[in-house]
Design a protein around this ligand. Structure first.
Ligand SMILES: *Cc1c(COP(=O)(O)O)cnc(C)c1O
Length: 669
């Protein structure tokens, strides 16, 4: 009886389109795709009441990692188009690449992200749910996702269109609600979808409202606005994707009746939300509206700051809308600059690491006093492997309640002299590494060989090919210090022609490699995604991060690795600059001089690869002193460093991050 009441309440709050035809089996009896329906009802009710400060979080992308604790599942068999496809491998064991591919019998990630920014948004939203905050997240349902990466030897990467079916993706539902945004010469209609990010206890959610222009009544060009994330080959598409997020987001919040006080712009992509809210207000009212907007900037790289000409804006937006943009977002050159606009209309601005704050102070001196920093983090319940959760559970006196309080990981050094903990820590790591070797079984990876990984979005400043810069040197290290297993992965944006060249270079170097495979294995994985990231960050011995300082705003993959006691080899940039006093591995490389940003295309490859190789020799040397063909020296400094990684994870997580947002940005108790 009570369950029926709950379902009724749910239906009064959430108008699922064609519930009876499509979703009646998955939403019933207090259940929402296998998760508690009650949590949704509670969160939806709170968002509509006015007794609290509601937050709307706007982001172009979300990486939600459903395959983890957040497991929504359907009664129906998984639609094959929503299953992970087979991925190729490109290695210096070309015969294996030819005969075998990688299979994972799993659901695809909700394909609405491209990389780190989306993962950060997803981790933030999940932590908001852990904190039971009244938040609605706004995003876009990308009907063709980002893109699928195919390796194409001699040409690098061939971006393929991605196909998936939102109607059968577990946990995602279309709503009856439709909204409209008005442009200069046409109206664009948007369908709304909902997905729920559950917290790790499953007793609260953050609803994610997704906007979709792919509906019958729209013109063909309008239908394609929400087709593919970050289209940049056409300026109007690029502009209108941002307009859909900003205008559409505000209309969607009104349509759903959510009570919102704070609009959080995760990147300037979403700033048209302000334009929508400012429409028709007096100048005084517009000034007051700024108190409701806050802005997080995520990039020091020039291409990350969107600019449009007023000519182009005038062609698609109504006059009153361009006037607001002109008033708050016009830069010296005469262009509309979305970063400036975002800063001018927000009451709080933040960079995402201390280093990034310094860069922003140089780039935007007139805003110096207003730009704070809050270093990014990762959601520990998402990124800590099962084996490590089990390990920490075995030592409750040191790690009480770590699932609700990752800050407690700072007590890890208590166990530094506990041989039992040291042995179990090593074992947990070896067990993850064993699973990874099994995954790549046809490439005969060995779990007692030194393994290092570089995996992230491919962009010039991240220097994906640094470790391959001097192949002969690399071969010598493998022959003299001990065998090396090197894993590489990452996608380049389809219009980043420079990014493409790195994939070419890497594939070409791997193909030409003339070395005993037992000594040096280089394995390049296709289609880096969340499930690969989870596997890699928890199973290799060393996580390599070598961006050119100061262009990595924060970086987060190293934070995922330290949660799993994976050591770090890194240049000093982003979050790492705040952790260089931690003995977690090796820090190396070029440092930009204080007070200047430098040239993002002067990559310092020669000097920095030399420093990387020296660090690699030291790290591999220590590894083989610690692990001699499976005989492990539990007292080794290597294990001290693993413990230091865990301890450092107490700081670089989204719980610490959200505490700071509550205090410095949203100003809630
Ligand atoms: C964490 C993650 C990223 C971001 O990694 P960075 O180190 O911040 O560059 C990108 N893609 C995926 C799939 C990730 O999981």
């Amino acid at each position: 009886m009570e369950k029926n009441k709950l379902l009724e309440e749910f239906h009064s709050l959430v108008q699922v389109d064609d519930h009876d035809g499509h979703y009646a089996e998955d939403i019933k009896d207090g259940d929402y795709f296998g998760m508690p329906l009650k949590s949704i009802v509670e969160a939806e009710k709170r968002l509509r009441s006015s007794g609290h400060r509601g937050i709307a979080y706007f982001s172009m992308e979300y990486g939600l990692a459903t395959s983890c604790y957040n497991k929504l599942s359907s009664q129906f068999p998984l639609n094959p188009v929503n299953k992970l496809p087979e991925n190729a491998v490109f290695s210096n064991f070309r015969v294996a690449d030819y005969f075998f591919a990688l299979h994972q019998d799993n659901i695809i990630d909700l394909p609405i992200y491209s990389g780190g920014l989306g993962i950060l948004a997803g981790d933030t939203v999940k932590t908001m749910a852990d904190y039971k905050l009244p938040v609605a997240a706004i995003g876009i349902l990308w009907s063709s996702g980002y893109f699928r990466q195919k390796f194409w030897f001699k040409y690098g990467q061939a971006p393929e269109k991605m196909r998936w079916d939102p109607y059968t993706y577990p946990g995602l539902v279309p709503l009856k609600n439709k909204i409209k945004i008005s442009l200069k010469s046409e109206d664009v209609y948007l369908k709304l979808w909902k997905y729920y990010a559950y917290n790790h206890k499953h007793d609260y959610v953050v609803p994610l409202v997704l906007l979709d222009s792919n509906i019958e009544r729209n013109s063909q060009p309008a239908k394609e606005l929400t087709d593919q994330l970050y289209r940049s080959d056409n300026v109007f598409l690029k502009l209108l994707q941002r307009v859909v997020l900003g205008f559409g987001g505000v209309s969607a919040l009104n349509e759903l009746g959510y009570h919102i006080d704070t609009y959080h712009l995760n990147e300037g992509h979403a700033v048209f939300a302000f334009v929508a809210k400012a429409r028709g207000l007096s100048s005084d009212e517009v000034d007051k509206l700024k108190n409701n907007f806050v802005y997080t900037c995520h990039t020091p790289v020039e291409a990350g700051h969107d600019k449009f000409s007023f000519d182009d804006l005038g062609k698609v937006l109504k006059k009153e809308d361009t006037e607001i943009i002109e008033k708050f977002g016009k830069e010296h050159s005469g262009l509309a600059n979305l970063t400036l606009l975002s800063m001018n209309i927000s009451s709080a601005i933040n960079a995402v690491s201390h280093n990034h704050q310094k860069v922003m102070h140089i780039q935007f001196p007139q805003y110096k006093n207003r730009i704070q920093y809050i270093t990014n983090g990762v959601h520990h319940c998402t990124w800590m492997s099962q084996k490590f959760q089990e390990l920490f559970e075995k030592f409750p006196a040191t790690f009480p309640d770590f699932k609700n309080n990752p800050m407690i990981l700072s007590q890890a050094p208590e166990l530094k002299n506990n041989p039992d903990f040291r042995a179990q820590l090593w074992e947990a790591h070896q067990s993850n590494k064993g699973d990874f070797c099994k995954f790549l079984e046809k490439w005969s990876l060995k779990k007692d060989l030194f393994t290092i990984c570089w995996a992230r979005r491919i962009a010039a400043y991240k220097r994906p090919s640094l470790i391959l810069h001097d192949i002969n040197r690399l071969v010598r290290i493998a022959e003299e210090t001990g065998p090396l297993q090197i894993i590489l992965a990452g996608k380049a944006h389809p219009n980043d022609n420079l990014g493409f060249t790195y994939i070419n270079e890497v594939l070409d170097k791997v193909d030409k490699l003339n070395v005993d495979y037992e000594k040096l294995k280089i394995i390049v994985l296709e289609n880096y995604d969340i499930s690969l990231a989870r596997m890699l960050t928890s199973s290799v011995d060393v996580w390599l991060n070598n961006p050119l300082p100061p262009f990595e705003a924060s970086g987060t993959s190293g934070m995922k690795a330290i949660l799993n006691a994976v050591l770090q080899m890194s240049t000093v940039d982003g979050w790492v600059a705040e952790a260089t006093d931690r003995k977690m591995g090796a820090f190396f490389g070029y440092k930009n001089s204080e007070g200047s940003v430098g040239d993002e295309f002067d990559l310092h490859m020669d000097d920095d690869s030399e420093e990387l190789y020296q660090a690699l020799e030291r790290m591999a040397g220590l590894y083989y002193k610690t692990n001699r063909k499976g005989k492990v020296d539990i007292s080794s400094r290597w294990i001290d460093m693993m413990i230091e990684c865990v301890c450092t994870a107490a700081q670089f997580n989204t719980y610490r991050m959200l505490d700071q947002y509550k205090h410095l940005v949203w100003k809630i108790a």
